[in-house]
Design a protein around this ligand. Structure first.
Ligand code: 1GP
Length: 255
């Protein structure tokens, strides 16, 4: 099954998905790193995202090969902060346009440089509208992209941005409050974007409890992304994955 097929399957049947974001710079201890990957695999994580604001390709290759050695099946998807974060060791790449911003480099510039490089790889390309929402503090993405996020109390702006992304042909939306956000995405934004735009929806940034993951799912997220929350509290990963698994199984029984 392609990555697109599994995303559409989750979207169609309103199942709950979870993605583990791994930023290699944050995992210095290999044993801890192996444990987290093994747990994620064992408890049914949907995808691994690999990326970071300052990461180099060499680090990307290393971490992906490491994940693949533990688990060859679950797709590893690049979540690149810039064009040097392309690795043919992964399975797919979020081809992200930062549509909440007005920096041409992150709307189309880096993409023009990246496209011929990606064409030489077997990576599955996932055209994704990336919408950054204000999380109460400046995040690395704000700084690195030099863009303003959408205010967290303005669902209409997020909806209009998502619609524009859809009309431009983007196939997925990623609503992100940024890594380590103080406050996650406003549930109203998730709800209205899902209802009005109707694309498969990934939500992340500051999700550090099962309750926050459930809220994002209930409001319309197809996938939640876990990053910092797992680094601080590894049991979050199993709580979220176990909840999703039980919920998804209950849907299968009903059908
Ligand atoms: C950041 O959505 C991801 O781009 C994950 O954020 O690290 O806050 O979980 P956290």
């Amino acid at each position: 099954m392609t990555i697109r097929e599994s995303i559409l399957n989750k979207f169609k049947y309103k199942k709950k998905g979870a993605i583990l974001l791994l930023d290699p710079e944050k995992y210095i201890d290999t044993t801890g790193f192996n444990n987290i990957i093994s747990k994620a695999v064992h408890h049914g994580v949907d995808f691994f995202f690999v990326g970071g604001s300052l990461l180099l390709q060499k680090n990307m290759d290393e971490i992906i090969l490491h994940i693949k050695a533990i688990n060859p099946q679950i797709p590893v998807i690049l979540f690149p902060g810039n064009v040097i974060q392309i690795s043919d060791k992964a399975d797919g790449i979020l081809f992200i346009s930062l549509i909440s911003g007005r920096n041409p480099e992150f709307l189309i510039g880096q993409h023009v440089v990246a496209a011929p490089l990606i064409a030489q790889t077997p990576l599955e390309v996932l055209p994704t509208g990336y919408i950054l929402v204000n999380s109460g503090k400046a995040t690395s993405v704000n700084y690195m992209s030099q863009t303003l996020p959408i205010p967290n109390d303005k669902p209409a702006l997020a909806v209009a941005t998502g619609m524009a992304g859809r009309y431009l042909g983007l196939q997925y939306l990623y609503l992100d409050a940024g890594s380590g956000a103080d406050s996650p995405i406003n549930p109203d934004i998730i709800y209205h974007v899902k209802e009005r735009v109707g694309l498969p929806l990934i939500v992340g940034g500051g999700i550090d409890s099962l309750d926050l993951a459930k809220t994002a799912w209930d409001k319309g997220a197809d996938y939640v992304v876990l990053g910092n929350g797992v680094e601080k509290n590894p049991s979050l990963l199993t709580e979220v994955l176990d909840y999703a698994k039980t919920y998804n199984l209950s849907l299968d029984v009903d059908q």
